[in-house]
Design a protein around this ligand. Structure first.
Ligand code: PGA
Length: 308
């Protein structure tokens, strides 16, 4: 394979610029024989003469002129590459790819990314709101930097940090017979009809787990693929549902939904920050992880669940 020695090329560029070995040696702080030796080696490796010595004057040959043009391009690309690498050592530039599973990705992460964007406006951010399997796949294939999830992957090596509590509450339409009652026994709720999230949802798994534990069947009115449709269905009186507290701020404010006060609720789950153990996090990704940890639920450090 033919190669070009960058050190020799750099020397060539200075000789070509001055059309003088003497002035090149001065600029490079080399001896003149050292400069001549480098040019000779370069000519040998390329198999062409780069300079003509006519009397006391040094001229570029045709090959020398071509190489001079290319050497300027080569060194300007190298300069550009060094500048880009230098900028990536700072968290303020580059790309950040975040993944989160459905609920946390829709109701928690966008707000935080907004704040992060204010601090790092040049960073190009992508948020992928995915189901759990897709988050694990994106992590495993190194397509994202950081993920925030309800259930951590158990088959790939990841670093895990606690992030926030996820309170799951039972919601109903304000006209529901259990609305406004306090300390409703769980047993009474088991007679209700539920709107259930899709298979794969952690919220759904939590509700099913509870019913399984109690050994009672879950009456399902409808399976619904996302939180918005669940809220619409519950507000329309189709049934009650288990949903993350962070997903219903607006509905509680406008009175479209109410939280049922049922014994054993809210169910407390946890969101966690994860990234591949072997991944070299970029400066931007490290800054984002730190930012998330700074905004993490302080109570998690002490493992003290939120009061219901
Ligand atoms: P969720 O599921 O969308 O019901 O929160 C996420 C998970 O925990 O896997």
């Amino acid at each position: 394979m033919r190669t070009l020695n960058l050190h020799q090329l750099a020397t060539f560029q200075v000789v070509a610029k001055h059309c003088s070995f003497v002035r090149a040696a001065e600029e490079l702080h080399f001896s003149q024989p050292a400069v001549s030796a480098q040019i000779r080696q370069l000519e040998e490796s390329l198999g062409v003469k780069l300079f003509d010595q006519i009397g006391r004057k040094t001229h570029l040959t045709q090959a020398g002129e071509e190489l001079y043009l290319y050497s300027q391009k080569i060194f300007s690309v190298i300069e550009e590459a060094l500048e880009v690498i230098e900028s990536l050592r700072s968290p303020h530039y580059g790309r950040l790819s975040v993944a989160a599973d459905t609920t946390v990705g829709s109701y928690v992460i966008p707000r935080l990314l907004g704040k992060f964007h204010q601090m790092y406006p040049e960073v190009e951010i992508t948020l992928n709101v995915l189901n759990r399997a897709a988050v694990v796949e994106a992590l495993a294939n190194n397509r994202i930097d950081i993920a925030v999830v309800g259930r951590v992957p158990d088959d790939i090596p990841v670093v895990i940090e606690p992030f926030a509590f996820n309170e799951l509450v039972l919601v109903a339409a304000p006209t529901h017979r259990l609305a406004g009652r306090s300390k409703v026994p769980f047993e009474e709720v088991t007679r209700e009809t539920f709107l259930l999230r899709e298979v794969g949802s952690g919220t759904r798994a939590a509700l099913e787990g509870l019913f399984q534990e109690a050994g009672v069947p879950l009456k399902v009115a409808m399976q619904v693929g996302n939180n918005s449709a669940i809220k619409q269905g519950v507000a329309a009186g189709l049934g009650i549902a288990l949903i993350s507290r962070v997903a219903i701020d607006m509905e509680l404010e406008t009175g479209r939904l109410v939280i049922l006060d049922v014994e054993g609720f809210p169910i407390i789950r946890q969101w966690r920050i994860v990234h591949l153990k072997d991944k070299n996090l970029s400066a931007t990704a490290r800054a984002f992880k730190l930012f998330l940890l700074q905004h993490a639920d302080k109570r998690l450090r002490k493992q003290e669940p939120p009061r219901s």
